[in-house]
Design a protein around this ligand. Structure first.
Ligand code: G3H
Ligand code: 13P
Ligand code: ZN
Length: 307
């Protein structure tokens, strides 16, 4: 059943587990996410970026989610706009049927971030839609970074408390050292868990981890073994994801892992039979590989069997 983001996240916040927020750009990715949720009996957040919406068309993005949620009526699902860049973009998503929006004004100064987020919250709440915002910048913590440099980049707990008070946002993405994509850490993986715990204590709302792909060894290996190149790639280790959930993360944004797992299988089929051109022969193993990664993630985050 399609529900608001808050309905899924407040339960996770109360019971102390994380829900995967998985990106999709087409039917195949979305189908794999729903199949995984059904296999693991887990709630899900599915999300489309502005780029994904441009690729699919907003009517297609919403339509696909509505069709699949009707196929699996027992699965609580929220449809989130990932990294909305303006009030207009969030309004368009809300008016089209999204049940959650992220307004990402984190690159603006604090006051402007508050002002833009407040405007989105007011409109979204009048339509029963929940809102996510972000504080700090998403980038890896370098080994030799000083405390003051770290303070300049990562979320400030004082600001987080004030931000939530002023905006009444439903959930918050605090920058604690992750980044998007396959190359998250130059040295050893490092996240600022103390900062996360402080933000949770001060805000007491569901928190979001962006850039949460783990790139497990078997996923990396599947891509490399088909001739793919992921040199220098590093994800967030599973133990870190679990520690993040313990520290108050309830929404765990995951895209890169799904892309790599899916595309490794496409590459495998293409390599094995250069004469093959039936799309289904490529996409079926792609969806199966994605489903396996997602089911495993649901178990790690604690959302499996939470329906
Ligand atoms: O956070 C970014 C997501 O992985 C979506 O990426 O803008 O390439 O669709 P995208
Ligand atoms: P990854 O690139 O780690 O999958 O992060 C995705 C994300 O944060 C989407 O908002
Ligand atoms: Zn993100």
């Amino acid at each position: 059943m399609l529900v608001s983001g808050s309905e899924i996240l407040l339960k996770a916040h109360k019971e102390g587990y994380g829900v995967g927020a998985f990106n999709f750009v087409n039917f195949e990715m979305l189908n794999a996410i729903f199949n995984a949720a059904n296999e693991a009996q887990s709630p899900i957040i599915v999300q489309a970026s502005e780029g994904a919406i441009k690729y699919m068309g907003i009517d297609m993005a919403v339509g696909l989610v509505k069709i699949l949620s009707a196929r699996y009526p027992h699965i609580p699902v929220a449809l989130n706009l990932d990294h909305g860049t303006s009030f207009e973009s969030c309004k368009k998503a809300i008016d089209s049927g999204f049940t959650s929006v992220m307004i990402d004004a984190s690159h603006h100064c604090f006051e402007e971030n508050v002002a833009i987020t407040k405007e989105v919250v007011e409109y979204a709440h009048s339509k029963g839609v929940s809102v996510e915002a972000e504080l700090g910048r998403l980038m890896g913590i370098e080994d030799n970074i000083s405390v003051s440099e770290q303070d300049a980049v990562l979320v400030n707990p004082d600001e987080a408390e004030e931000f939530v008070k002023q905006t009444q946002v439903d959930c918050l993405a605090p920058a604690i050292g992750t980044s998007h994509g396959a190359f998250k850490f130059k040295g050893e993986p490092k996240l600022d868990f103390a900062r996360l715990q402080e933000v949770k204590r001060r805000t007491n709302i569901p928190l979001v981890l962006h850039g949460a792909s783990a790139i497990p060894e078997y996923v990396r290996e599947s891509f490399l073994s088909t001739g793919g190149d992921l040199k220098g790639s590093k994800g967030v280790p599973f133990e870190f994801l679990q520690e993040a959930v313990k520290g108050g993360i309830n929404k765990v944004n995951t895209d890169t892992d799904l892309r790599i797992a899916f595309m490794a299988e496409v590459r495998r089929v293409a390599n094995a039979d250069p004469t093959q051109f039936d799309l289904r022969k490529f996409f079926t193993p792609g969806m199966e590989a994605m489903q396996k990664v997602i089911v495993e993630r649901m178990k790690i985050l604690g959302s499996a069997q939470k329906i």
